[in-house]
Design a binder for this molecule. Structure first.
Ligand SMILES: [Zn+2]
Length: 220
């Protein structure tokens, strides 16, 4: 899942209007932002599948630190705790912690049974919606559209950039999702990890957009 995570990040603005979109993205995608670094360090492993496969051509062999339920809960608590320590916002901390956890729950719907409950657990979960790529794409687009609508209702552009930076981001995210669904498999694990690292730019883009938008109530 890609677009769905960003949709949840956008939509969370309605629940936490004072939290920047960049922070909401960072929380919703936190474990996928961690994952490429763990891949590069050799602490987690993925296999690129050749031949026709339904869904992403990847087998998530071993990713207990980024994607086991227990560790995602730990990341959620840490994320919320650090945000609270920095910003003293209980509401914001709750929303961000819930976003970190939401990543695992959304992944659970689409992944093949590869999500561990805790590091070392034999049982792995996943409802495998990836077997139906078109259904998966529609689901992600719907989550994304609802999230973007909530964000649009919660904020107003403070200037022209507040409009264009947002709309270009929306188009770019949809484009990446389409490329993921229909594109060729990554040429190597290294390339895959670098594409994963590039997602940090989307977080920065989120902060940039949010700086040029205002809470909807204040603009009226
Ligand atoms: Zn994930």
């Amino acid at each position: 899942m890609f677009l769905g995570h960003f949709g949840i990040g956008f939509g969370a603005k309605a629940a936490a209007p004072r939290v920047s979109l960049g922070s909401l993205f960072l929380a919703a995608q936190f474990v996928d932002l961690l994952w490429p670094t763990l891949l590069m360090l050799g602490m987690e492993r993925v296999r690129i599948l050749s031949g026709p496969v339904q869904g992403p051509p990847l087998e998530f062999v071993h990713y207990p630190i980024s994607h086991s339920l227990l560790m995602v809960l730990v990341w959620a608590v840490l994320f919320a705790g650090i945000y609270y320590a920095l910003r003293r916002s209980r509401g914001g901390a709750w929303v961000l912690g819930a976003l970190v956890l939401s990543h695992w729950l959304l992944d659970l719907i689409v992944h093949y049974p590869d999500l561990p409950l805790y590091p070392g657990s034999v049982q792995r979960l996943g409802f495998a919606l990836w077997s139906y790529p078109m259904t998966d794409l529609v689901l992600e687009l719907v989550i994304f559209a609802v999230g973007v609508l909530l964000y649009l209702r919660s904020t107003r552009a403070g200037d022209a950039l507040g409009k264009w930076a947002l709309w270009s981001l929306i188009v770019f995210l949809v484009f990446i999702q389409i490329a993921n669904t229909f594109g060729a498999p990554p040429p190597s694990i290294t390339a895959l990890a670098w594409v994963g690292q590039a997602q940090w730019l989307l977080v920065i883009w989120g902060y940039w957009v949010d700086r040029h938008r205002r809470p909807a109530a204040a603009a009226q």
